[in-house]
Write a protein that binds this ligand. Sequence first.
Ligand SMILES: N[C@H](CCC[C@H](N)C(=O)O)C(=O)O
Length: 300
Amino acid sequence: MGTAQQPVPFLKGHGTENDFVIIPDPDDRLDLSPAAVARLCDRRAGIGADGLLRVVRATGEAEWFMDYRNADGSLAEMCGNGVRVFARYLQRAGLAKGEGGDLPIATRAGVRRVRFEDDGDITVAMGAAALPGGPAESVTVTVGERSWPARHVDMGNPHAVAFVASLADAGPLREAPAVSPASAYPQGVNVEFVVDRGPRHVALRVHERGSGETRSCGTGACAVMVAAVRRDGLDPAADGRAVTYTVDVPGGRLVVTEEASGAVTMKGPAVIVAEGTLDAEWLYQSWPHQAHISATFPRT
Ligand SMILES: N[C@H](CCC[C@H](N)C(=O)O)C(=O)O
């Protein structure tokens, strides 16, 4: 696999236009620094993506580990759109061997099982949401002069979900909304703004931790659905019946279900767009002048 001398294969893919650079690295040889990941995800000087999926062979329940990184190079516990694209890569490479149609994929948030549907979509068992009480239960999201109460939902990664009158209320979202109390999210948070589109049908915009506003967020769609179920007074556990919501994102549509057990599943598309070769010298070179450029022209 790629070292400082050898070219490094990569692919590009997306799930509802949340896009990723995919780097097969079965033997875990590529030591991708946050700066290298940010360089790869840069939409001008690199390939451009919301995040990076490194494909590493694993041991235990899952044969493959999804090493997910945000566009700024930071780590995140889980990526819902990313795990569908990761599964599509494995399927395309003939590596998707799973029992009974379910393929386990290891992530920092634990193993997630995916299923390839007859309609071409991929369904992910996203685990149960955690709805911590206490200071994080209800937080306040502020953009400019406007503030909204928000609900904290953890899908392996943190989300603050705010229901708004119009998605335009969130403004251009060029920077992270302020969330208070800041102590609720020492590692930062993904913020979703949600409007209703009809019964069990919502639409969102999202500002992602480590990537900025994206066209879609899979874990965010799940967090939004879980918050909407509770806002709408539904209770799958008490009713013993699963509830399904349609979640429209700027890049497409996801279908999210909360089972009576509390388990959340998400169904949506995953597309491999291209494959190519990275110049290893470019990937690993250090760019001292880069600090100057980013200081002078902050990346939008
Ligand atoms: N930015 C997120 C990770 C990616 C989530 C999103 N792309 C998804 O599809 O779930 C975080 O730092 O928690």
